[in-house]
Every structure is written in structure tokens, then in C-alpha cells.
Design a protein around this ligand. Structure first.
Ligand code: AMP
Ligand code: MG
Length: 327
């Protein structure tokens, strides 16, 4: 069976097609980039509306499929920005009605994890999901992805993007910080390290780094130090979760998973615990429609189909709240 998935929780409109064997037919993404400042929900939603038809067209062309080949449609139901979620939910309902195919509502965080599990071949990993909007260390237990540690304020990707903006680097800032950090002679600038129990706090670190920037500390040393401190915080929590859960696999996903230094740190603790490590490749680790389609297929096979009448979006649908049966 073929499923088309629509992702639209935040900055990215993603449409992907996958079949029940895991063969990917298309993965088309269009990202809203704010002209200044952070994501404006209404502007992001307007972007998704503007590019939707062309993105869908491109998806069908890439996949070399006729729309009648598609047997199922899934959409990101939450968590995310209301105006953005509404665009893709409305489109998904319309497509479901027009093609007369079942509709499935997918939790965005579970989708990142489940596609990562499929790509890695891991059965039961500890998952580190780090993106523009989320920072979560989680593992599956008794029908739910349990959260072992998460951010108490802003997400790791958001922290990097905000610092980058203050340094006049264009969005997304994470990759630029990674590149600039490599130019540093590894001169470490002291910044606050904030792990609270199993949770993380990045806002004080961000403020301190921005202040150092204003004091004219060299940008490459600041980028280097910001990465070292924030990634070490995440690695500490991950290692403790690994020791506690005794999982034998660690899966790194979300947009920030592209960062080689972060991969390196998580890989080191994985090796120390005799654990396999897998980082999802950037085209499938950042927000995308394939992950929604894949998770939609899993839910469909469990009979988890939405009635259009009851298919409202769930902007605050936290990962820990979802009952999810894995296959
Ligand atoms: P997502 O929200 O999952 O689509 O991921 C987007 C986030 O990933 C943004 O905050 C980016 O800055 C961040 N990101 C992408 N590539 C990198 C990288 N190489 N290093 C750090 N962060 C990155
Ligand atoms: Mg995401």
C-alpha cells in the first residue's frame, strides 16, 4: 500500500510518499524562512498555503505515480503551530474526500522516531530527538514513548538559530554555527551549563552567549563554546537515560542530528555503553512528509483511522500523551 504524508507543524511544508515495505517514492520539502526574527505562525501558514499545490505536483512527478495509486493519506496533527497545522489538515481532508481514501492523524514527534527506527533497523532504541522546536530524550515502554529528559524552555535548534540571528547569520543558524566553530582554535569561552535533574535549560546559555558576542568575543570561539556546552548538556542527559533504560541502541534524529560534533559526542557515550548508534541523514531527520506517511501506515494497520468530522488538529499533543502500538 502507498501512503502520502503531509507535514506542516512549523516552518516546513513537506510531502512524502512511502509504501508499506519502506520504499520511499518522494520527499519534497519547502521551507518558510522568516525575513527577520523567528517564525511568525501566520506567515509560515501563508507560505504553506502558497506552495502547497506546486509541492504536491512535484511530489507526484518525483514519485512517478498516478494519484489513484495512493491508498492512504496521513497528516501531522500536532504538536505544532495552529495556523500551520490547519493548512495541512484541511488539505489532507480534501484529498481524502476527493480520492476516497482513509485519513490518519499522526503525532509529529512519533513520526520522527518511527521513521528513524525504520531507517536504522533498530528495534527498541533510546531516542534523542533534537530539532528547531523539540529537545527530547525518550524510549518506548508499555505502549508509549516515555520522556526521560527534555528542555524546560527553548529547543536546542531554536537556541542555535536565535544566537545565529544575533550574530547576523541567516536562518537556519545551526549549520552556520557548526561551520564557523570549525575555524576556532578550540579556545573555550566559559558559558553556563544548565542540566536540572534529567531536564535541560538553554535560555540562560543563550543570553550569556549573546552577551559575550556584544563584548566582542570572537565569533568562531563563541560558536565552538556554545556547541561544546549545549551538546555536552544533552550528552550527559542521554548517557544517564541510557544507563537507566539499558537500551542497546541510540537513535539521533531531528534537524540538529546533522551536526557532526553532536553525532561525535553521542557516539562516544554509545560506544562506552556498548550500544549501537545511528544518526538519521539530514533529508529525513528534519521535518518531512515521508515520516508522516510511514507512521500513518503503521497506524492504519492498527485500525487507527480518523473520521473527518473528528479530525481536528491537536497543537499541544505531547509525545508522552500518545498511546502508540509499535509493529
Ligand atoms: P527541524 O525542526 O527538525 O526541521 O530542524 C531544523 C533545526 O535543525 C534548525 O534549528 C537548524 O538550525 C538545525 N540544524 C540543521 N542542521 C544543523 C547542523 N548542522 N548543526 C546544528 N543544527 C542544525
Ligand atoms: Mg520536527
Amino acid at each position: 500500500m502507498l501512503c502520502i504524508g503531509l507535514e506542516g507543524t512549523a516552518h516546513t511544508l513537506g510531502i512524502g510518499v512511502i509504501d508499506s515495505n519502506g520504499k520511499i517514492y518522494a520527499n519534497v520539502r519547502s521551507e518558510y524562512v522568516p525575513k527577520s526574527g523567528g517564525i511568525h505562525p501566520r506567515e509560515a501558514a501563508q507560505h504553506h498555503t502558497n506552495v502547497f499545490a506546486a509541492t504536491l505536483q512535484e511530489t507526484l512527478e518525483h514519485s512517478n505515480l498516478n494519484k489513484r495509486d495512493i491508498g492512504l493519506i496521513a497528516f501531522s496533527r500536532g504538536p505544532g503551530l495552529g495556523p500551520c497545522l490547519r493548512v495541512t489538515a484541511t488539505a489532507a481532508r480534501t484529498i481524502a474526500l476527493l480520492l476516497d481514501i482513509p485519513l490518519v492523524g499522526v503525532n509529529h514527534c512519533i513520526a520522527h522516531i518511527e521513521l528513524g527506527r525504520q531507517l536504522s533497523g533498530f528495534k527498541d532504541p533510546l531516542v534523542v530527538y533534537v530539532s528547531g522546536g523539540n529537545t527530547i530524550v525518550s524510549a518506548y515502554e508499555a505502549n508509549k514513548y516515555r520522556i526521560f529528559g527534555e528542555t524546560l524552555d527553548i529547543a536546542l535548534g531554536n537556541m542555535l538559530d536565535t544566537f545565529a540571528r544575533e550574530a547576523n547569520l541567516s536562518h537556519p543558524g545551526g549549520p552556520k554555527i557548526e561551520k564557523i566553530a570549525k575555524k576556532s582554535s578550540r579556545r573555550f569561552i566559559s558559558l553556563p551549563y544548565s542540566v536540572k535533574g534529567m531536564d535541560l535549560s538553554f535560555s540562560g546559555l543563550l543570553t550569556a552567549a549573546v552577551n559575550k558576542l556584544k563584548e566582542n568575543e570572537p565569533l568562531e570561539d563563541l560558536c565552538f563554546s556554545l556547541q561544546e556546552v549545549s551538546f555536552a548538556m544533552l550528552t550527559e542527559v542521554t548517557e544517564r537515560a541510557l544507563a537507566h533504560t539499558e537500551r542497546s541502541e541510540v537513535l539521533l534524529t531531528g534537524g540538529v542530528a546533522a551536526n557532526k560534533r553532536l553525532q561525535n559526542m553521542i557516539q562516544i557515550i554509545s560506544q562506552e555503553h556498548n550500544t549501537s548508534f545511528f544518526a538519521v541523514s539530514p533529508d529525513l531527520a528534519g521535518d518531512n512528509g515521508v515520516m508522516i506517511a510511514w507512521t500513518g501506515l503503521i497506524q492504519f494497520l492498527q485500525g487507527d483511522i480518523l473520521n473527518i468530522k473528528n479530525s481536528q488538529i491537536l497543537p499541544k499533543w505531547s509525545l508522552g500523551a500518545v498511546e502508540f502500538t509499535r509493529t
